[in-house]
Write a protein that binds this ligand. Sequence first.
Ligand code: KIV
Length: 278
Amino acid sequence: MSTQSPAAVPAPSGPAKIRLRHLQQAKEQGRPFAMLTAYDQFSATVFEEAGIETLLVGDSVGTTVLGHSSTTSTTHADMLTFTAAVARSVHRPLVVADLAFGTYETGPRDAVLHGIELVRAGAEAVKLEGGAPLVPQVSALVEAGIPVFGHLGFTPQSVNAHSGHRVQGRDEEAAERLLADALAIQEAGASAIVLELVPARVAAEVTAALRVPTIGIGAGPGCDGQVLVWQDMAGLSGFRGRFVKAFADLRGTLREAAGSYRAEVEQGSYPAAEHSFE
Ligand code: KIV
């Protein structure tokens, strides 16, 4: 088996371990950075090899791996399992884990207790969804020594309140509210803010107004970094939202491999002599 990296993937350069300050430096230097979700050993180690600096153990594990229709079904126990799997598997990337729906809305104490468990599982920062009303939670986590990523715009845990997957911040008032929320979360101590399904112009304005990096998903090129759900990025999920670019066709590749395996087993050509023991 070859251990060489594909020629098209540049070897990672820069620090041996990515820390929060490196994301901050990237913003200050105007150097866009790429984040991907990861949920297990295979995805995490492949993305580390590809030089991805920040891995998000997203609560999207509920919809992409566990078969739920919404991230509201992802539990804290799920997050602990998948965070530990990713954290055990990688050395260089910064590992960020989502606080699951229901683990922080009830108050700062719940946020800190669940945040501590995610850190014990290996998270180096936690992410929560929401704006100004969550300032006490963000402050409490930061005071407990747990770095926080915010998440504004379309927030999947509030899919019911948003009436589905809809772009947020389109009108002037909503855009102003988004900026106010971003500033409030930043002032509470957040280290970065994910902006999801936000018009590119609005995301660029919020990015320019913040000291901390923004990470966009469906928020245009004006964010400091970008994040995608890995199965969308790799063409495995088949999801073709406007903001998604599939950089491979893993679904097709995997289907072909499974089909060839099945055909060879059915024809009796696999396993052959070289796959068998004397
Ligand atoms: O859970 C997740 O994958 C996320 C991304 C959409 C940012 O929160």
